[in-house]
Design a protein. Sequence first.
Length: 396
Amino acid sequence: MRSIIITTDHELGRRLTAALEATGQIEVDRTLDHYPTAIELVRTLRALATEVVFINFQALKQGLEMVQFLEADGGQRQIVGFQNHVDTAVLRETMRAGVREFLTEPFEPRAVLESLEGIKALLRERPAFNDSTNQIFSFLPSKAGVGASTIAVNVSGALARRPNTRVLLSDFDLSSGMLRFMLKLTNEYSVPDAISRIGDMDDNLWPQLVTPIAGMDVLHAGRINPSYRIDAAQVANLVTFMRRTYQVLCFDLSGNLEKYSMELMQESKRILLVCTGEIPSLHLAREKLAFLRDMGLSGRVSVVLNRVRKNPMFSQTQVEELLGQPVVRVFPNDYEAVHQAVEEGKLFDSGSELGRSFEEFAGQLVDQPEVKTAPSKRRFLDYFKPAPTLATPGRD
């Protein structure tokens, strides 16, 4: 079981921690030396996936406020009161508030074990839970240079401008991530640091790793390190923490389909496959769609067509015919505006043409229907047929 302790008495909290951990049945993840606000308490509980909260009722009014906060949150966490002495008036008030377990010094092992056994039984009947978002979007380029990072940055920024929406944008292109450069980030911490510290992750460490920018938090990929290896299980643990902390997660992927990228896409509500209208990009987009279909992810994939000129080589309809998938969004080509935004380390103005497109797409994403397969036609596919095999002389 995972727990936190709330007490203004440092020594009392230390002695309770020792008594609890001696049982081997519960882990104390944090001791708060003050009575937190409702927002602070909820963020701490979700970040640590807390199941049991130990509250010092030495300050009865503040302790009862903590109980009210916990009840309002609805996470079904178990509450245990404690004090350094028995106070019948406090016991009566806490029982009225719904607190069924109470410990007093000297925290005898038998009493502590009995209390924990009771808590375990209650958690088996009604497990504690933490809100966990399903608004997760992975931006997957068909090939390098199609502008997936630009779209990821600006769509994430547009999502962050929506009311009461905490957004995290993470750069998981660990071989050549661009977000650090594009947004002029100076934070020395990165995705590898977050992964290496996931066992210690909490709401105190996390703000040091991310950079607030344009209303969202950004976690960049760090410096190029070809020897770095990442474990998919570690990524899954990191995403679990992220899901409890934010309303929306956006992942900028490399397009190389690494094992950890597949883990991220398995977690995603939408996989946004970004391509341009050039033949190499469309060819690789079709290849990746086939691969994702084999992995059972085709129902989550949405195709985004980027850098579309006024007179494109292939129309949107032709692109859809080739890919066998509808294009959910088309972004026009505006090289100068993109260049200026990167040079200044800024997002597009929401009043510009591209800025409005990103705003509209962000709204579309949060409630996007399932992708339906579009029919294909032979004539356009001829562009992508393998070259015919030359006949061998002397053979039919």
